[in-house]
Every structure is written in structure tokens, then in C-alpha cells.
Design a protein around this ligand. Structure first.
Ligand SMILES: O=C(O)[C@H](O)[C@@H](O)[C@H](O)[C@H](O)COP(=O)(O)O
Length: 253
């Protein structure tokens, strides 16, 4: 059963360095145990925060990293909505991830074929796993409680067999995306949500405290054997009444 830790920071400025340290500590643990670090990235506000904080590290060595996408929009890589495109310009172009270390989608395919193609890529990268076991997945949460491209009430929430699924009716534009499914997310060794800003306060309370919690996709993230962190700032945590940990920028998780 997952251990869930809800950690509240005064602002995203204090949260960012701790997120970077979490990535590096789980990378060190993975590389020493298995010779590589497998990381799944989400889009949205995480892109700029993670890029800034990782590039601020003096000892960043990504030579043994394998990076996949928890979800990705079906747009060309030079489209402003491309999560890969944003990470490429803000992070990947500035670090030493080896060729083949970034598992990108084939955005030229129709969405169903794109999901099948990405499934094949992940299976190749995780040949021993029924569902890919990432060392760390970094997730965001929308104001509706979605995570990855898994949206409230969507049939994809009940997907138990697919590794990557297509979606063509995303309520968050663009409409066509591919997304990791919950079996993959919940197989991870560590999952960290990063959620900041007052617009998340209401849904965060529902997800972490509410009876209706499981209705929200983010509440369905309960790693089977892994760690679960919710890293949030004061504005996002404003409505919480549960016991939380309060930390500053020097914290180590
Ligand atoms: O590509 C995407 O759209 C993301 O993967 C998505 O799931 C994101 O994490 C949430 O929408 C939260 O985004 P914000 O952190 O920007 O609110």
C-alpha cells in the first residue's frame, strides 16, 4: 500500500528546490540499484518549474536517465501545446540525456495508432514489466481533478489492460492526446503530484479529504507499492483540514 505524504510549502518558490532534490534522490537510488532512472513527465505548469529547478543544480548528470510522458498532446513537436516541445526548449536541449533516452510519441500518427505506437515504445523500454514500472512519475492536477489526460467521468478511468490510451475528447485543449493509464501510474515506485495556486484549493480538499474523492482521477492515483507525495503550496492547501507536513526550500524528501 502506498505511503501518502502531503507536504505544504509557503509558495512554489520553496517547493521547486525540494522537487528537484526529490528527482535527484530517486535518480541516485534507481541508478545505484538498476543502472538507470526512469522518469515520467507531465505538462502544464510543471514544465517551467521542473526545468528551472533542475538547471539550477550544479551536479546534474542525466546520462542514465530514460524519460517518458505521462500524457502528451497530439500536436507537432514545434506546436506551442507540445509537452515534449516545451521540455525540449526549456530543459532537454540543455542537459545530457542520451540519444534514445527520451521516449517521444509519433505525433504524425492518428491518435489510436499513436497510442499503440507509444505502448510499443514503453514495452520495449520496460521489457520485464507487464505494466511499465517507472522510478518516478511527476503529475499535475487540473482544477477538475484530472491528472495525466484522465478526466472526471471518462471511461479511460476504468481501463485495466492498456498501457497508453488515446483520447479525442479532452475537455482541456487540445482535444487529442495519449495518456498513461491508471495501472501504469499506480505501478510506479514513486509518484509526486505538484499542485500550486488557489485555483486548486477546492478540488485538492475533495481529492485528499472528500467522500467524493474517488470520483476525481487524481484521487485514483494510489501506487500499489510505491511512495505518493502531494507537493503543494499554501494557496492550494488553503482548504485542507487534514494533518500535513510543512516544509521550506531546504527540505529533503
Ligand atoms: O499535458 C497536460 O495537460 C498535463 O499533463 C495535465 O495533466 C496537467 O498536469 C494538469 O492539467 C495540471 O496542469 P497545471 O499544473 O498547469 O494546472
Amino acid at each position: 500500500m502506498a505511503t501518502r505524504r502531503v507536504v505544504v510549502f509557503p509558495s512554489s518558490a520553496e517547493l521547486g528546490p525540494v522537487l528537484a532534490h526529490l528527482v535527484m534522490s530517486r535518480a541516485e537510488r534507481a541508478i545505484s540499484s538498476r543502472g538507470r532512472f526512469t522518469l515520467g513527465l507531465s505538462g502544464g505548469s510543471l514544465v517551467s518549474m521542473l526545468s528551472k529547478e533542475l538547471l539550477a543544480l550544479s551536479d546534474l548528470d542525466c546520462s542514465k536517465w530514460v524519460v517518458g510522458f505521462c500524457d502528451e498532446r497530439l500536436v507537432s513537436f514545434d506546436h506551442p501545446e507540445s509537452t515534449y516541445g516545451l521540455y525540449k526548449s526549456q530543459l532537454f536541449s540543455k542537459i545530457n540525456i542520451p540519444d534514445g533516452g527520451i521516449l517521444t510519441i509519433n505525433s504524425s500518427l492518428p491518435v489510436d495508432e499513436c497510442a499503440e505506437d507509444y505502448t510499443r515504445k514503453l514495452k520495449e523500454a520496460f521489457p520485464d514489466d507487464d505494466f511499465p514500472v517507472f522510478d518516478l512519475l511527476l503529475l499535475g492536477m487540473g482544477p477538475d481533478g484530472h491528472t495525466c489526460s484522465l478526466f472526471p467521468g471518462h471511461p479511460l478511468l476504468e481501463e485495466e489492460k492498456k498501457i497508453v490510451a488515446p483520447i479525442s475528447d479532452s475537455p482541456k485543449p487540445p482535444p487529442q492526446r495519449v495518456t498513461m493509464t491508471l495501472p501504469v501510474v499506480n505501478s510506479a515506485r514513486c509518484v509526486a503530484f505538484v499542485s500550486t495556486g488557489g485555483s486548486k484549493a477546492t478540488v485538492l480538499k475533495e481529492v485528499l479529504e472528500g467522500r467524493e474523492g474517488p470520483a476525481f482521477p487524481a484521487a485514483r492515483v494510489v501506487p500499489t507499492n510505491g511512495e505518493l507525495f502531494w507537493l503543494v503550496d499554501d494557496p492550494a492547501a488553503a482548504s485542507l483540514t487534514i494533518q500535513v507536513e510543512r516544509m521550506g526550500s531546504g527540505a529533503k524528501l
